[in-house]
Design a protein around this ligand. Structure first.
Ligand code: AQP
Length: 327
């Protein structure tokens, strides 16, 4: 049996290049390697923690499904599903909550960040988010979880909970490992000291931005006061971030890009980067538009994937319920 990979993305807004380079690009590459059983999902239960309007959430789910397919996820090769369609995620979440000390959740960096950002909506779901994420992963016996590095702390909790459950109730869960890309943390274009985040759209480059938007955002991205194109995350965080994006999309090594632009100004580098990004996502933009013009196709892909995921998850939750004495 091939090892299982699981990862999800929240339908909380348009995908930015950090989501793509940290996670989604890797989903497609891992899927196409043929080495894994891949499960990729729309984390709609997680998205509820942001208190979205129902119609916006519905729209975001449809858009994210179109993103998945348009970047190259293939329902013939991967199980593509919607988290809320699988009741076992919430059931396992509750069972795992019982073995989770709340203190560990209060220490989570993402909980602290999000509590600061959405001050009028600090809900218990934000606190319990990592336990639901552990359920998402452990339910499928995942060995690998491709994510950006902002999820490392949550994944560590998933491993701890797997160990704890196995010790108390007998071997049930595998301990998953994270899988990072070479660009596990893309920074905000305007404030390169902080991670690019959907919740701060001003600093995001969205993967469905038009060529004009890409050009304007890249040309005005914060670079550093030093002259020239150089890679040094400490002294040139803005430029280093742009170089990582360039390298990940062009397949060129960072050193080679630096050599190409040595002695040239920021503007020339940025112009070339904007063109690289725009060309890279040209096909994606077209495919996404076509998919959204016929949303019934996306709906049926999600429904079929959710049925498959449900079969696997139901077996696991039955095993768990037996172990804890519920059946
Ligand atoms: N800046 C980033 N660089 C690299 N990877 C990133 N990811 C998120 N931001 C970056 C990875 O994208 C995947 C999907 O993320 P998500 O939508 O499920 O969660 P998120 O962390 O909430 O996404 P955002 O965009 O950062 O939104 P905010 O913070 O505003 O809620 C994950 O694998 C994540 O690691």
């Amino acid at each position: 049996m091939k090892p299982v990979l699981v990862s999800g993305i929240q339908p909380t807004g348009r995908l930015h290049i950090g989501n793509y380079l940290g996670a989604l690009k890797n989903f497609v590459e891992l899927q196409n390697s043929g080495k894994y059983q891949c499960y990729f999902f729309i984390a709609d239960l997680h998205a509820l923690t942001e208190n979205p309007e129902a119609k916006n959430l519905h729209e975001n789910i449809k858009n994210l499904a179109a993103d998945f397919i348009a970047v190259g996820l293939n329902p013939k090769k991967s199980v593509i599903f919607q988290q809320s369609k699988i009741p076992a995620h919430s059931e396992l979440w509750w069972i795992l909550s019982i073995i989770t000390p709340p203190g560990e959740l209060e220490r989570m960096t993402q909980f602290k960040d999000k509590s600061r950002k959405q001050i009028e909506n600090i809900n218990a779901g934000l606190l319990y988010y990592p336990v639901l994420m552990a359920s998402d992963i452990l339910l499928y016996d995942a060995e690998g979880v491709p994510t950006g590095d902002d999820q490392d702390q949550h994944l560590e909790l998933a491993r701890t909970l797997a160990r704890k459950f196995n010790t108390r109730f007998g071997k049930t869960f595998k301990e998953p490992k994270n899988i990072h890309t070479a660009a596990p943390r893309i920074m905000d274009l305007r404030v390169p000291g902080k991670k690019m985040s959907k919740s701060d759209p001003m600093g995001c480059l969205f993967i469905d931005d038009s060529p004009e938007e890409i050009r304007s955002k890249i040309m005005s991205a914060t670079t550093d006061s030093h002259a020239g194109v150089q890679y040094d995350k400490f002294s040139s965080p803005g430029m280093s971030n742009l170089l990582e994006i360039y390298s990940a999309l062009s397949g060129k090594k960072i050193d080679d890009i630096v050599s190409i632009f040595s002695g040239k100004g920021y503007a020339e580098f940025k112009k070339s980067l904007a063109e690289t990004i725009s060309d890279y996502f040209a096909d994606f933009r077209k495919k996404k538009k076509t998919l959204l013009s016929k949303p019934s196709g996306i709906k049926s892909i999600l429904a079929a994937g959710s049925r498959k995921a449900n079969l696997k998850a139901s077996k696991k939750i039955t095993e768990v319920k037996k172990k804890v004495g519920l059946i």
